[in-house]
Write a protein that binds this ligand. Structure first.
Ligand code: FAD
Length: 293
């Protein structure tokens, strides 16, 4: 089922999970154990990321195929412009389609380490909107793109970034999935401004269930997300006790999710980082409050 169908008749908000392809066989073994637990939580679909420099592209499709064909769950492959010409993208699309996958999360990708700014390879794409237009012309996929509630880190300002988001959606995206954020106000401001700019497809918040204060600070630093002082305080209070940290992370994610669901978001995309237990805590908590079926 394609994104446009998934989001067009949500009886319940569309819950989706994102996993990444592990680099080692041990990581793969662990993911194989985690997947059945994630599938048991009944998300509408899962997505599999694409490693920097396209390093994990074979594994991206391998894992997406496992989710789609062995677990019978809808799945999307992420795809970036990094190091890929149009012909190589076509080869990857062919491969993805061969596994029965009909949805792509299309991104530009980050500049490879050591490069200050993003540079397209010859015959490649400079921005995600070009990749979206190319995939759309292929005709066999629905497309999600990234949105940035606190603006993309390279964008000169919020307004310019929104113009670029609109261009991406205009090029053929079916849904916007946002970068993580820890304060829902950023999402609400972004959603309102994006709609005003003419973005008419579903805008889905992306949430990262917290695993530790160090993780939050590192990831927030990379993508420029604000870490609210109340969240910092609750993680500090949990200290070095892993169970208390997990409980604080689950509580924050449940509260964030509850605020978003109450405000009528079409769904929530969770960056699960290949772990199951925190996600189990979050989904069970939301079902306990009747916010999810
Ligand atoms: P773009 O939309 O191209 O934007 C990049 C920058 O250029 C922005 O500052 C934008 O304002 C500007 N811009 C956009 N279009 C134009 C234009 N036409 N002219 C001038 N300026 C323009 N990375 C991975 O490597 N693998 C993944 O699997 C992955 N998955 C992700 C999933 C989600 C939901 C999100 C939100 C991000 C993901 N990322 C992933 C990270 C993403 O690759 C980076 O955030 C990257 O820096 C930007 O990608 P983009 O597709 O948003 O780029």
């Amino acid at each position: 089922m394609r994104f446009s169908e998934i989001y067009s008749s949500p009886d319940s908000p569309v819950i989706s999970f994102e996993v990444f392809p592990p680099k080692t066989s041990r990581g793969m073994d662990s993911l194989r154990k985690v997947l059945p637990r994630l599938v048991a939580l009944e998300p509408a679909f899962m997505t599999v990321t694409y490693g920097a420099m396209g390093t994990t592209r074979i594994r991206t499709v391998e894992i997406a195929s496992m989710i789609h064909n062995e677990f019978g769950l809808e799945c999307a492959c992420h795809l970036t412009c990094v190091g890929a010409s149009g012909d190589q993208v076509d080869g990857q699309l062919q491969h993805i389609h061969g596994h029965g996958i009909e949805n792509i999360v299309a991104l530009r990708g980050d500049p490879p380490r050591g490069q200050e700014s993003f540079q397209a390879v010859e015959g490649g794409f400079s921005y995600a909107n070009e990749l979206v237009a190319h995939i759309r012309s292929n005709g066999r996929f629905d497309i999600a793109v990234g949105g940035y509630p606190e603006k993309h880190i390279e964008a000169p300002d919020f307004e310019t970034d929104l113009v670029n988001l609109h261009r991406k959606v205009d090029s053929g995206a079916d849904v916007v999935i946002t970068q993580l954020f820890y304060d829902n106000e950023h999402f609400f401001r972004f959603r309102e401004a994006a709609i005003e700019k003419g973005v008419s497809c579903p805008i889905v918040p992306g949430l990262l269930p917290i695993q530790s204060l160090a993780q939050v600070e590192k990831i927030a630093g990379l993508c420029g997300a604000e870490v609210p002082s109340a969240l910092q305080a609750s993680l500090r209070e949990a200290g070095d006790d892993p169970d208390a940290v997990a409980a604080a992370g689950i509580d924050w994610c449940i509260e964030q999710s509850a605020g978003l669901l109450t405000a009528g978001v079409p769904g929530i995309h969770y960056y699960v980082l290949n772990r199951a237990s925190i996600m189990e805590g979050v989904i069970t908590g939301l079902r306990g409050r009747n916010l999810l079926l």
